[in-house]
Every structure is written in structure tokens, then in C-alpha cells.
Design a protein around this ligand. Structure first.
Ligand code: FE2
Length: 142
């Protein structure tokens, strides 16, 4: 699967696009071949992968921001959107439970996140952005 850059995933609403851009940046840094695993040099016990942990910490924060927005704006698609956020969290947690190493299995982890991000963008973030703009809750651009 080709690398997903944030440029193709813009909604035009800064508050939403900033989180997608940050996740794309984080993914590129975490999986940069020159960035070594913190548990390198044979000390890894293959549990609680730190790279997956970093992605989980970030997405939980960004999901919380979007979910606060949806709740405060009474967004009608909130429940389904939250379920899709939770699906990525559960997928990453399942990878950790299965002792997936994002160092050795980096393609697997990257593709899972990129695939989720591409589907989530079109199915959830873009409709949320459109709704917030048409209801004048958020402004496009800036
Ligand atoms: Fe979302």
C-alpha cells in the first residue's frame, strides 16, 4: 500500500486537518528507518511495543478532541464516528496483545494505520468537517 500523506486527506477545516497532519507526521517519524526502537539491542521482550504505544497515545488524544467537538455540537453521526475511532484503538491494542513488533513488522502496522486513516477520512472526518462548516460551528480554511 502506498504511503498516505496528509495532503490527500484534507477536509479544509483546520481543527480536523491538523490532527490528520500530525498523525501522518508521527507515522513518518516513528517508522523512519533511521529511528531506532527504544528497546533495541536485544532488550525487547516483544510486549507493549513502544512504537505502537506512541501511535495509541497520539490517536487517543486526537480522538478525544474530535469527540468533544462532536458532543458539544450534537453531531448526528457521533456514535458511528466514535465506533470507528475505537476500532483503530482496538486494532492497535490487539497487535500489542499479539506481540506484534512495529520494528520487525513495520509494514503491517503502517498499513493498518494508513488503511484505517484513508477509510476514516472519507467515511467520518470529511462528513464531520462538512457538517461543522454548513452549521457554522467551524470555519473552512485558515
Ligand atoms: Fe475522526
Amino acid at each position: 500500500m502506498p504511503e498516505i500523506g496528509h495532503h490527500g486527506l484534507a477536509t479544509g477545516v483546520r481543527e480536523i486537518d491538523a490532527d490528520t497532519e500530525a498523525l501522518s507526521f508521527l507515522m513518518s517519524r516513528i517508522f523512519d528507518p533511521l529511528v531506532e526502537c527504544r528497546r533495541g539491542e536485544g532488550n525487547c521482550d516483544h510486549c507493549q511495543c513502544t512504537r505502537i504505544d506512541a501511535v495509541l497515545r497520539y490517536v487517543r488524544r486526537s480522538f478525544a478532541r474530535q469527540e468533544d467537538l462532536m458532543a458539544s455540537a450534537a453531531y448526528p453521526g457521533e456514535t458511528a464516528h466514535r465506533v470507528d475511532h475505537a476500532a483503530l484503538v482496538e486494532q492497535l491494542k490487539a497487535m500489542q496483545a499479539a506481540r506484534v513488533c512495529a520494528d520487525h513488522d513495520r509494514i503491517l502496522v503502517r498499513e493498518a494505520v494508513n488503511r484505517w486513516l484513508a477509510a476514516h477520512h472519507g467515511g467520518y472526518d470529511r462528513p464531520l468537517a462538512n457538517w461543522t462548516v454548513t452549521r457554522r460551528i467551524l470555519s473552512p480554511g485558515s
